[in-house]
Design a protein. Sequence first.
Length: 349
Amino acid sequence: MNRRSVLLGIGAVTAFLAVDLGAVAYANKWIGPNNTLTRETFLNAFRSVFGLHPGFRKNHAKGVVVTGHFDSNGNGSELSRAAVFRPGRSSVTGRFSLNGGDPNVVDTPAAARGLGLAFAFPDGTQWRSAMLNLPVFPDNSAQGFYDRLLAQKIVSETGKPDPAAMPAFLAAHPESAAAMAVIKQHPPTRGFADSTFNSLITFFLVNDAGVRTPVRWSFVAQQQALEQRSGGRNILFDALIRQMRNGPLQWRLILTVGAPGDSTTDATLPWPSDRRTVDAGVLTLTGIETEDPGNARDINFDPLVLPDGIQPSDDPLLNARSTVYAASYRARTGEPKSPPAVQVDKVTP
């Protein structure tokens, strides 16, 4: 099955699942140019750091499902022939999440927030994007991510990470040390609703004339977040749920165009703030649900599921993420399921 297309006429969620089952990334056992890491190496690392949580994603395990639509204003069609940038509306299924592999972790404002989106188009094609509320990604290689993950592991005797592990990691990975300094200069917003979510990794947009343009994209919040209530383990998610009950939330899709000299293979390096931007339209989220069979719980937000008109760059994180996401998807679909920590219908007004 072609991972970029599914049979016409089937429902959006069914289409998402069909693409997941046909994911070709899973066939790539090795991650990185030196063949020192495998998909199982990563899954075992997540289990080692966060514990065993059958049925959940190995990273970004805690989440909630959202649905809505994207209204394109047509401006993006200058850069790309992809259906999402043509004037009109596309249906969207998404998922807000927190970083980490513990589905029962207590919400903290400092935790990295994720937004995965799956766009479905009338011709059966799809676009998926997995984004973070960070200005840059902390690592520029699969090895760097793996090493940083293990540096956070809790030592059973102390209940805290080894105090020497993170300094050793940063000494071995100066690119991550620089990226973390950039991240510290951009403190997180109050909640999910006022977070800007960034692709971080570079992609290429291709227009009707075949011109390839490097871009990074951002979904920029158009509202303030509802104030959180003190106490409870799910304060970020509960505030989001209460806010969405009062009406839709919106994010504007902004395409940032790279210039000569801007890195297209290193997500730790920010692009200068004066780069050209294109306002491509508005994402509107109208529904929020507990993760259940048949909704975004069962969608793999593989960043290499791309429509015609959007192409991957040579950033090594793309292949690594696609491979590990597919392995995590296959693992959790065969495991027993437990109720998620975020239960939308149990959040009080």
